[in-house]
Design a protein around this ligand. Structure first.
Ligand code: NAD
Ligand code: AKB
Length: 313
């Protein structure tokens, strides 16, 4: 049996830190190499190998894959929706070229598996707002969404054409307390906890009634691991799987936080991110993921809120 050796690219980011720690628990610390353009996250220090790596440098990436005997890559380096709108060219370049480098190397080195996340940002204003299906009209309006949708088809192409076992999830907005979010439209749902505890009040950059699909990080990590561990014949979607957990608005999460911090006040000053949020569905139909590899979320709004506050306190 091949002993897996995993390379996580973008390991110091919001998902990367927690995913690296989770993979190290499963495969052993020495078998999960964390890498990022920025310095090693504090929570990763001392838990396993770390290399400084720019996914845009294909040669260096290739050298690391060979030198470290890598069998799987988890590619998390990307520019997210809100930051992407500030520099569309850079977002397109990183999100596309980074993926193509990884897929090419996976093909050349016959890697066992690749993981690359997509996002609910692939959906646009013409997609159904409620229970948005796996396959539907998809016309994204952000550069981030366009890059994710194109990326999904590159994954499908490398799977069909070259047999690369690349798997993907369209994550909703992810909420976590261990590492900071990286510039998304759903980041308000993390900021709100920090501000509630530190200031007792929060000014939200989205309107009070903006409903968005969200998920607590422990569910997202479990979804990722479960998808990657599923037998290959169970995978019917080679673009990216819809997964869902919770839907709430800023007003609703504010009310939930108020149950724990009675004096908490929330106000609303929507900015350019409102239009992005309004272009996305409010809820997602993830029945294909549930059928194919048994996906099921655990955290609802109330359980997530209690857990976030307990951990941040
Ligand atoms: P993040 O911004 O927190 O982390 C990305 C990491 O990639 C950062 O640590 C950054 O330093 C690193 N990076 C950037 N450019 C790099 C380069 N050239 N080479 C190597 N590393 C580089 O992002 P995240 O929230 O952890 O997201 C990870 C992935 O999940 C992304 O593809 C994102 O689109 C996707 N996703 C995230 C969410 C979410 O809510 N966090 C939702 C949907 C999809
Ligand atoms: C963002 O808001 O950009 C991300 C995402 C949903 O992809 N959290």
């Amino acid at each position: 049996m091949v002993k897996e050796k995993i390379l996580v690219i973008g390991a110091s980011g919001q998902i990367g830190v927690e995913l690296t720690l989770a993979l190290r628990k499963i495969y052993g610390n020495a078998h999960v190499v964390a890498s990022d353009l920025r310095e090693e996250n504090e929570l990763l220090k001392g838990t396993g190998p770390y290399v400084s790596l720019d996914v845009m440098n294909k040669e260096m990436l290739h050298v690391q894959v060979i030198r470290q005997n890598i069998t799987q890559i988890y590619l998390l380096a990307a520019i997210l929706s809100a930051t992407g709108e500030k520099n569309p060219g850079l977002a397109w370049h990183l999100n596309m070229q980074g993926l193509l480098h990884v897929l090419d190397i996976a093909r050349e080195e016959k890697l066992q598996k690749v993981y690359w996340p997509s996002s609910i940002a692939v959906f646009g204003p013409t997609s159904p707002k409620k229970n948005c299906p796996q396959q539907t009209i998809i016309e994204p309006i952000t550069v981030y969404g366009i890059s994710k949708y194109a990326g999904e088809f590159w994954c499908n192409y490398f799977n069909r054409r070259f047999g690369v076992d690349v798997r993907s999830i369209r994550y909703p907005g992810l909420i976590s307390y261990k590492s900071a979010p990286g510039g998304g439209t759903t980041d308000y749902a993390i900021e709100i906890f920090h501000e509630a505890l530190e200031q007792g009040k929060y000014t939200c950059f989205l309107n009070e009634d903006t409903l968005l699909p969200m998920m607590y990080m422990p569910d997202a990590i479990r979804a990722t691991v479960e998808l990657m561990e599923a037998p290959r014949e169970r995978i019917s979607v080679h673009t990216s799987y819809n997964v869902a957990a919770i839907t709430f608005s800023p007003k609703e999460i504010g009310a939930e936080i108020k149950k724990h911090i009675p004096g908490f006040e929330i106000s609303f000053t929507p900015d350019y991110r409102q239009a992005i949020a309004e272009s996305w569905p409010q809820s997602i139909d993830d029945s294909t993921a549930r059928q194919d590899w048994g996906w099921k979320h655990e955290f609802d709004l109330s359980r997530m809120t209690s857990d976030m506050l307990a951990n941040l306190q």
